[in-house]
Design a protein around this ligand. Structure first.
Ligand SMILES: *[C@@H]1O[C@H](CO)[C@@H](O)[C@H](O)[C@H]1NC(C)=O
Ligand SMILES: *[C@@H]1O[C@H](CO)[C@@H](O)[C@H](O)[C@H]1NC(C)=O
Ligand SMILES: *[C@@H]1O[C@H](CO)[C@@H](O)[C@H](O)[C@H]1NC(C)=O
Length: 299
């Protein structure tokens, strides 16, 4: 702005450091004006306003332009003004907020929600997590919640997370392995190096095949109700009943079931037989049939 540039050149000579003299009158300046009555002559003058970051220290008079003073610390003016003093930076960052912009001579302090939170109805709320089976599409920002999406076909998300996107299922054949359990939206494809799945005889690779069996049973795409039945059947009638599972229950239950099976397997050499019994007790005839066909073929 022409007016301010001129002021800059006028500054070094007579005026105190904090004073900015501004040319005020007529068309010679870009500064907006305000009406002011000269104390001595009673004449109405058009005094120049003061630029952002300053205030009117002394209005103009017939002989001298408006004197502007720089805003003191913790005070500001954002616009051209004829204020007698600068405004106080009165914005205080609250709980779960951080300073987005500090207080300076031209701007009030501005706050935003801390990382991990977003503003809603005057509060900073925690970013939502996407449940297993859903992934993050757009991560949360200080002003917006996380956006989730059910994992599209061929992808999965195994955990509750506010950052994790859906990952593509791994391709067992491309890895030189065999597909044991197809991936779901909750878990990755489960591959195995167990060659023909047979557990009928103990031979090299037996352990890998046993792991494949446990994966196969634990990660079937069956309802929560059936999973719970299977778990009860495995634990036996003495087993503790667990509280009703929450929404993310199935994915968590599958992992738990898989751990449980591994523990049983470590203790019980006849795990296969026991599993088949449990499947029968849990009235999961279809699954029992596919386990038999795949892992215990009769020749
Ligand atoms: C004050 O802060 C604003 C916004 O952060 C910035 O644009 C401006 O340059 C700052 N002014 C000074 C004098 O530092
Ligand atoms: C897996 O990889 C194989 C060989 O690399 C390829 O032929 C097949 O189409 C892939 N399958 C998927 C589902 O990407
Ligand atoms: C597959 O399973 C049978 C028993 O069912 C076994 O005789 C054979 O050696 C296994 N391995 C292969 C590579 O066929």
């Amino acid at each position: 702005m022409r007016g301010t540039e001129r002021t800059g050149q006028a500054l070094p000579c007579a005026l105190p450091v904090l004073l900015l003299a501004l040319a005020v009158r007529g068309a010679a300046t870009d500064a907006p004006t305000f009406p002011w009555r000269d104390a001595e002559t009673r004449e109405w003058l058009a005094c120049g306003q003061c630029p952002p970051g300053t205030f009117v220290q002394r209005p103009c008079s017939r002989g001298s332009p408006t004197a502007c003073g720089v805003c003191p610390p913790r005070h500001y003016t954002e616009f051209w003004n004829y204020l007698e003093r600068c405004r106080y930076c009165n914005v205080i960052c609250g709980e779960r907020e951080e300073e987005a912009r500090p207080c300076n001579a031209t701007h009030n302090r501005a706050c935003r929600c801390q990382p991990g939170f977003f503003a809603h109805a005057g509060f900073c709320l925690e970013h939502a997590q996407c449940l297993p089976g859903a992934g993050v599409v757009v991560p949360g920002t200080p002003s917006q919640n996380t956006q989730c999406q059910p994992c599209p076909l061929g992808t999965f998300s195994a955990s509750s997370s506010s950052s994790e996107r859906c990952q593509p299922h791994r391709n067992c054949t491309a890895l030189g392995l065999t597909l044991n359990v197809a991936g779901s939206s909750f878990h990755d494809a489960l591959c195995t190096s167990c060659l023909n799945f047979s557990l009928s005889t103990v031979e090299p690779g037996y352990e890998e095949c046993e792991r494949a069996l446990l994966d196969f049973v634990a990660f079937q795409d069956i309802s929560l109700k059936r999973l719970l039945r299977l778990q009860q059947a495995l634990v036996g009638p003495g087993g503790r009943r667990r509280p009703p599972p929450r929404e993310e229950g199935r994915a968590a239950l599958q992992l738990k079931l898989r751990r449980q099976l591994a523990e049983l397997g470590a203790r019980d050499r006849a795990l296969g037989a026991r599993l088949l019994l449990a499947l029968r007790d849990a009235r999961l005839a279809g699954l029992e049939r596919s386990v038999r066909a795949r892992f215990f073929p009769t020749r």
